[in-house]
Design a protein around this ligand. Structure first.
Ligand SMILES: Cc1cc2nc3c(=O)[nH]c(=O)nc-3n(C[C@H](O)[C@H](O)[C@H](O)COP(=O)(O)OP(=O)(O)OC[C@H]3O[C@@H](n4cnc5c(N)ncnc54)[C@H](O)[C@@H]3O)c2cc1C
Ligand code: FES
Length: 285
């Protein structure tokens, strides 16, 4: 049975700061009782407040950034009770922090097909560190040049393009789109990708990374199959335990694919990043 990563721990945490982000989100900065080792982008933590404001079940969040003094930042969209409680925290609020969990993005090496990162709204959270790590070089592989990464950032409307300026400062091409046309191209990220490819600004042969709403990821999965592109999805399924016990996070696998004959993978311990040759959100394979 897949197990949680050996470096994950249940730690005491403390809120350092909370600041608003976008129309409905916050950037939560925390300090933990034990300093984390360097972490791969797209790994996640289960967070809850230690007081009764948080539900008993912690909530999963991708690491957004590692900042000075080993502090961690999370980009959180307020959805319900768990995210509301975290957003209402103040400096010093005590947290239970379980992590780091999950696998993270693959090694983002330079020299091959360019990487196209497709982010939908709060699905942008695992991409800031991904770009930093790709530019710095990972796992002793060649680093990416800024021209080998394209960040395509979509949302329903302008104020759901969380931390857009921080992404623009990373030095890679950033293209935006919104469904209501309030920022960038009007439409969704796949339309933006196809338009940029038709205009010769992005090559046809690319490697895709995507995180965002499930419908967006289904469409990207289909696109990757149709065009035979390598593609990794970071999934934001509902989760109970985050460590492989509750079976609350099943993801359908490709029959007889790389994950074997088992019909479902556990998002928390086998993901949250999956290659589309291994899992299928839309039933196509
Ligand atoms: C690996 C992973 C990483 C994640 N990273 C982030 C992140 O960086 N930032 C962030 O804001 N969120 C992230 N999420 C989603 C986040 O965990 C949920 O939004 C959160 O659990 C909602 O908790 P809540 O108590 O506020 O809402 P709830 O009361 O649990 O739910 C409120 C409403 O939101 C819906 N909902 C809850 N979770 C999700 C979801 N995952 N997708 C779609 N709808 C949902 C519920 O069905 C309900 O309608 C991540 C999820 C996973 C699995
Ligand atoms: S969340 Fe419990 S098994 Fe994945």
């Amino acid at each position: 049975m897949p197990a949680p990563p050996t470096d994950s721990r249940s730690l005491e945490g403390k809120v350092v700061s909370v600041r608003p982000s976008g129309g409905d989100g916050v950037i939560l900065r925390i300090a933990t009782s034990t300093r984390m080792p360097p972490l791969r982008a797209a790994r996640f933590f289960m967070l809850r407040r230690e007081d009764r404001l948080s539900p008993a079940i912690p909530r999963p969040f991708s690491l957004y950034r590692e900042v000075g003094n080993g502090e961690l930042e999370f980009m959180i969209k307020v959805m319900g009770q768990g995210t509301q409680a975290l957003a209402l925290s103040t400096p010093g609020t005590k947290l239970r922090v379980v992590g780091p969990l999950g696998n993270g993005w693959p090694t983002l090496s330079g020299g091959g097909a360019p990487w196209v990162m497709l982010a939908g709204g709060i699905g942008s959270a695992p991409f800031h560190m991904a770009i930093e790590q790709a530019l710095a070089g990972m796992d002793s592989k060649p680093a990416c040049k800024p021209s080998e990464i394209f960040y395509l950032y979509g949302a329903a409307k302008k104020d759901l393009l969380y931390e857009l300026e921080a992404f623009q400062k990373l030095g890679v091409p950033v293209h935006t789109c919104t469904m209501d046309g309030s920022h960038g191209k009007k439409g969704h990220v796949l339309q933006l990708l196809e338009e940029l490819q038709s205009a010769g600004k992005i090559p046809k042969k690319v490697r895709l990374l995507a995180c965002g709403p499930e419908k967006m990821l289904e469409a990207i999965e289909l696109h990757s199959r149709k065009h035979a592109l390598e593609c990794w999805l970071s999934l934001e399924t509902l989760m109970g335990c985050g460590v492989g016990i509750c079976n609350g996070c099943p993801v359908p696998t490709v029959p007889e694919g790389p994950m074997g004959a088992w019909p479902n993978a556990k998002c928390c311990v086998e993901g949250p990043v999956f290659k589309t040759d291994a899992i299928t959100l839309c039933g196509a394979h």
